[in-house]
Design a protein around this ligand. Sequence first.
Ligand SMILES: [Zn+2]
Length: 383
Amino acid sequence: MNDYGREASRRARNEKAKRAREQFLMLVLLLALVPTILCIILFTKQSKLQKDMAELKQELKKYELQANSNGTGNGNQGGVGIANATPFPTPESNNTPQPTNGTIPADGTSHKTGGDLSQEGSVVPATDVTPGTDLGNVTKPSPTPTPTPTPTVTPEPTMALDPETGEPLPWADKKVYITFDDGPSKNTDELLDLLNQYNAKATFFVIGHEGEESKRLYKRIVDEGHAIGMHSYSHDYEKIYKSVEDFEKDFTKISNLLYDSIGYVPDLYRFPGGSSNSRCKALTIQPFISFLLERDLRYFDWNVENGDATGKSYTVEELAQNLLDGVEKNRVSVVLCHDTNAKGKTLESMKIVLPTLVEKGAQILPITEDTPMIRHVKPAGED
Ligand SMILES: [Zn+2]
């Protein structure tokens, strides 16, 4: 081979090597670029999703606020509130409260839910809350669904007449609102059967019992036209009345449980132990009263007791007589009774009370918007 030939083949080799180098560089570049581009695309996607999520969260908050304000009374929903609105369960309501104290024991006598249930209506030595302790934070908005006004059941003008004389029966102008606290219990079904039998309606101030059986009972109560009200979740005076925040926690739990069971939050409340309970004095109950009023709830105490929680061991007949004696003295009676596993005698006494009230022509009604409020302690500023 001559020089010229050698030179040509060297050039060709160089050319080839150069091309190979270029190809290699191209490959490296490509390998580096593809992941970078992918990263950029994914990053953009992710930030867009994050933005969407933030927007959705805001929207949800808006709906929750709307749902809350719809129920609080001023109007264009006709006061029907959240029962008719699309429900927006709060995080708490997805988070079903733990059944710490609740399924109805089958054996009967002991009522497990917090607090000393036998205290109600009885005089218990007071344990004072130091005035002002933790009671200041009243105006924190509640995350619970808004209470729904109890439907007004307009009772037919039933002036019961004596079929023989045509005259009004002796108790025809009496209105009797029997209330059962602390339920539901293993007695609730029979109690409801009995009320049905006498075409009587009552009010159940219920507490937090977990489980399907209790849910069924909460629902049966309202399905059969009785009024339902809240009576706290735990019924534990020490917990509930510790501070408004503790009261709110408990209130949220019972609200959510009832919302899940009956589809709305009742607008009736009975303080455990009543508004004049042994844990709170007239002054220290006021923040809790304000809490309820701010949420358009009404609270009821009682002016007649059958005495089933006074600590005295009344017979069935005595329980009935206590109740009837009380009713005799009033034109409007809100009667305190209890519906717990241990109150079988109260259930039995209704077999005397109900026929007697019917016979004398009294109206046995559920608490409605028209019911005169019987309250031991009134909101501050009201006479
Ligand atoms: Zn109670």
